[in-house]
Design a protein around this ligand. Structure first.
Ligand code: PLP
Length: 233
């Protein structure tokens, strides 16, 4: 087994154990291997170990990698997406996690209709109100949901957040709880075409806490592939 394969299996075992410990079925939480900046050989190592869900941040890199991997890979777009690049990825992703404006959702809808598909999306929420981060704030997402739900070609499946970088993952528990509460509030709005069935939260430093707080997708890069070297991209 490769180093990456070992890492993947170790993180997966943790996710499964924590699901069970918190009374959840392990099938409710998917481990997404975040492979941005990483060469295809390492993605193949993770694939060999059983990984089928890969997360990428950059459109060009995603588009380059898709044909180099087996067809049963489910690609997750998790990075900030510009409207003018949407056309390159629609129909190729399993889930777009990082929808941070009504305008972006409208463009995804337009391209999806054109391609004859419906795109599953998550709305990104900046729950910790960090200056540097994209995403709706907790108030504006409640207003955006009905607007986005009315857009043809997209289906809101849930919410996503990136919690702050932290020393102690316990510090982020409150943000994961906030995202979960927000999804409950949105469910209560009972808007047609809105399915709040997934929360995408938890990264290498805090995924264990996120699993216990109900995450449906943990997005783990460094703990599987090692530190990133951004000079490659
Ligand atoms: C890079 C990235 C991750 C993975 O981060 P790690 O700390 O390496 O696990 C998860 N989510 C998003 C949105 C990212 O950009």
């Amino acid at each position: 087994m490769s180093v990456v394969g070992d890492n993947y299996l170790r993180v997966l075992a943790n996710v499964e154990r924590l699901c069970k410990e918190s009374g959840r079925d392990p099938s409710e939480c998917t481990l997404v291997a975040v492979s941005k900046t990483k060469p295809i050989e390492l993605l193949k190592d993770a694939y060999e170990a059983g990984c089928r869900d890969f997360g990428e941040n950059y459109v060009q890199e995603l588009v380059d990698k898709i044909p180099q991997m087996p067809e049963d890979v489910r690609w997750h777009m998790i990075g900030h997406l510009q409207t003018n690049k949407v056309k390159y990825i629609v129909g190729k992703t399993y889930l777009i996690h990082s929808v941070d404006s009504v305008k972006l959702a409208a463009e995804i809808g337009k391209c999806s209709v054109k391609a004859g598909v419906v795109s599953d999306i998550l709305l990104e929420v900046n729950v910790a109100s960090e200056e540097s981060k994209f995403g709706f704030d907790a108030v504006s997402v409640l207003e955006a949901v009905p607007e986005i739900a009315a857009i043809e070609g997209v289906r809101i499946r849930g919410l996503m957040t990136s919690a702050p970088i932290c020393e102690d993952p316990e510090e982020n528990r409150v943000f994961f709880q906030k995202l979960r509460q927000l999804s409950i509030d949105i469910k209560k709005q009972k808007t047609d075409n809105v399915y709040m069935d997934f929360l995408s939260m938890g990264m290498s430093g805090d995924y264990e806490t996120a699993v216990c707080e109900g995450s449906g997708f943990v997005r783990v890069g460094t703990a599987i592939f090692g530190a990133r070297d951004y000079s490659r991209v």
